[in-house]
Design a protein around this ligand. Structure first.
Ligand code: ADP
Ligand code: MG
Length: 323
């Protein structure tokens, strides 16, 4: 297997005003010193509570956001600082599918117009050629030729997400950032969309970064899973390994509500460790960021930040108590 994307010590910080009219700028470390690889053809699942930095990480990787520090290597090329035409060319190879298919599609454009925009990125085509491509893509995602003349509001949420997927496929991408593509959909159709994404991955050899706030959602589709907490990766490994043998107390907490998991894999204490709100990203706790919510926290956890270490092959965890 070869690597498609490698992230080295990637950070993305935002300068914000803490108070509405406050002059003093503060820094939100939305993504803080993260390193990992995504292999060609695999799905990397990224999970964590809302606000932990998943979208920021994904968007920085595809250079929709400027990285603050670190490096992004795409298919052997350092794309961290590329601009202009070079960046445009890389963007043809990467696409994004958004959580909310309602706001992601312009309501004033027909499906044909929406898709033509992307198709024309690959060079000039006659109207006939364009329509041919559109029909073939619509069929691939389970829609029909006549859907091309409709507007987004004439479709259901699931169908709209299928249009978003067809639009992403229109540039023949290698990599798709799927940013919570099923979180806004009815539970009854989530599996259909996941299955569609999975079929398309096999057919086109796509690589996915699949973001979800629920570990159970990404488990089936992911080869590897990364768990984020407050801008940091706290556990990373093969999907089954992270799911069936979670090590970080935060990962265990994320799995707590999942039915069908053996209790010994969850917690050996009968306590709800995910108690308490996620701290403000402006006041990131010293030491291990999770220590304020962790029942196993020791003095060391309050002062020293654990790095990701190899728990075993293809399984890393950032926790002193998992050594
Ligand atoms: N453009 C921005 N300006 C300032 N802060 C931002 C911006 N985008 C995201 N953030 C902050 O960065 C943190 C991570 O956000 P996000 O990546 O959207 O998390 P997630 O996708 O995991 O819900 C949050 O605290 C969010 O408020
Ligand atoms: Mg998000």
């Amino acid at each position: 297997m070869s690597t498609l994307i490698e992230i080295k010590n990637l950070s993305k910080h935002f300068a914000v005003n803490r108070k509405l009219f406050g002059a003093k700028k503060e820094t939100v470390k939305a993504v803080d010193d993260i390193s990992f690889k995504i292999e060609k053809g695999e799905t990397f699942g990224l999970v964590g509570e809302s606000g932990c930095g998943k979208s920021t990480l994904g968007r920085t990787i595809i250079r929709m956001l400027e990285p603050t520090e670190g490096q992004i290597i795409y298919d052997g090329t350092d794309i961290t600082n590329i601009k202009g035409k070079e960046l445009k060319n890389i963007h043809k190879r990467m696409q994004i599918i958004f959580q909310d298919p309602y706001s992601a599609l312009d309501p004033h454009m027909t499906v044909k117009e929406i898709m033509s925009e992307n198709i024309s990125m690959l060079g000039k085509k006659t109207e006939e050629e364009q329509e041919e491509i559109i029909v073939s893509l619509l069929n691939k995602v389970g829609l029909t030729a006549s859907d091309m003349y409709k507007y987004p509001n004439e479709f259901s949420g699931g169908q709209r997400q299928r249009i978003g997927i067809a639009r992403a496929l229109a540039v023949n991408p290698e990599f798709i950032l799927c940013d919570e593509p099923i979180s806004a959909l009815d539970v009854s159709i989530q599996a259909q969309v996941v299955n569609l994404l999975s079929d398309l991955q096999n057919e086109f050899g796509l690589t996915y970064l699949f973001i979800a706030h629920d570990l159970n959602m990404v488990r089936h589709i992911s080869d590897k899973i990364g768990v984020m907490y407050l801008g940091k990766m706290v556990e990373i490994g093969d999907s089954d390994e992270v799911y069936f043998n979670p090590k970080h107390p935060y990962t265990k907490a994320l799995l707590e509500s999942v039915p069908g998991i053996e209790p010994e894999n969850i917690l050996d204490l009968d306590r709800d460790i995910i108690d308490g709100d996620i701290p403000s990203p402006l006041d990131i706790p010293r030491g291990c960021r999770f220590h304020t919510r962790c029942p196993y926290a020791t003095e060391r956890c309050k002062t020293e930040q654990p790095e990701l270490y190899d728990y075993k092959d293809n399984h890393k965890v950032a926790c002193f108590n998992c050594l």
